[in-house]
Design a protein around this ligand. Structure first.
Ligand SMILES: [Zn+2]
Length: 340
């Protein structure tokens, strides 16, 4: 069931309402997303989903610096894996008492995290421990099931049209997991061997009628529950066309059920990141072919051939003009490439 929290702020826009999505990917692993909403060139909403950094570069912080963002509206740690957490503690410094911080509900139950994850989760724990009346205490929200997280609205000064900003999260296995302890969950059936991925918070964002679906590392167990639950309560998120799609779990075979949820309308813009660790090499070639049939264009933050990467990271920057509904993909930055 969803928790609806209305944000009654309406921002008046004179000329231009812009949605920017930066998908950042590192090679061999690491992923982060920065989202900005800009009204007449001023940032009105900023969000970071996950973080990663190399020994020399934190592109998430670089983008925040470029846009002079010291205090974020929203920070989401989708799931406690290193490739989504490294350096997040620095992003978690950019907050105020209105910042919403989202994480899977049971994230504190697990002690099996590697060092970088422990630091990020520990930082959230520190924020939790702040006194309620501490002026720096952000709004901390464990996500399980479906939640409507935040709304804010923009209005065109001349024609009066309204453009609400909605963010929904879906984290179904997190809800099931919440009934047990994370420990039992991890010790349990083989099907949950990849439990961290299944804790993933998937999120959708819409600004006006522009729809974004960001799938983090959600896998089939969670995707199937999303499908069932959305049918149960009559809400069908997937019944409308999606304009921008972040392919789940670095385009793995284990998240292929998402294809059943997407309508038979070509999604104009989609992005994947890579994960090449041990004997795992993502994107999966066969899956990529299946996605190509459903997705109009696909960008990747790294070259598919590892030895063609010069930087070890890439950014796919998408700029959407909400009033005239044009989508612009900035020049491929660093190692990023278009693969369809
Ligand atoms: Zn990942």
């Amino acid at each position: 069931m969803s928790n609806i929290e209305e944000y009654k702020t309406t921002h008046i826009v004179k000329e231009e309402l812009i949605l920017k999505i930066f998908v950042i990917g590192y090679s061999p692993m690491g992923e982060s997303i920065v989202i900005l909403v800009m009204a007449d060139n001023i940032v009105k909403f900023s969000a970071v989903i996950d973080c990663f950094e190399s020994s020399t570069t934190n592109l998430t912080l670089d983008i925040l610096k470029e846009y002079n963002i010291e205090e974020l509206n929203l920070i989401c740690l989708t799931h406690p894996d290193k490739d989504h957490c490294k350096g997040l503690e620095k992003v978690l410094e950019k907050i105020n008492s209105k910042t919403k911080i989202l994480y899977p509900t049971n994230i504190f139950n697990d002690s099996y995290y590697d060092r970088d994850v422990k630091i990020a989760v520990g930082k959230i724990g520190e924020l939790f421990a702040l006194r309620k009346d501490d002026s720096n205490k952000p709004i901390l929200k464990g996500c399980a099931g479906n939640n409507l997280i935040q709304t804010m609205e923009f209005q065109h000064e001349t024609n009066g049209y309204r453009y609400p900003l909605y963010i929904n999260t879906y984290s179904p296995v997190s809800e099931i997991n919440d009934r047990y302890s994370a420990k039992n969950f991890l010790k349990g059936e083989n099907i949950y061997h990849n439990a961290h991925n299944n804790l993933s918070i998937m999120s959708s964002l819409s600004l006006g009628d522009f729809k974004v679906l960001l799938c983090s590392d959600i896998e089939n167990d969670s995707i199937d529950i999303v499908k069932r639950d959305l049918n149960q309560d009559g809400r069908d998120f997937f019944s409308y066309a999606i304009d921008f799609f972040k392919i789940p779990h670095h385009c793995s075979n284990g998240s292929k059920n998402i294809l059943n949820l997407l309508k038979n309308i070509l999604i104009p813009t989609s992005v994947t990141t890579v994960y090449r660790v041990g004997n795992v090499s993502l994107p999966d070639k066969q899956m990529l072919e299946q996605y190509k049939a459903k997705l109009d264009t696909i960008y990747c933050t790294s070259n598919i051939k590892e030895n063609e990467n010069k930087y070890g990271y890439g950014i796919v920057e998408v700029t959407v003009n909400i009033f005239n509904r044009t989508i612009k993909i900035e020049d491929m930055k660093y190692d990023s490439v278009q693969i369809k």
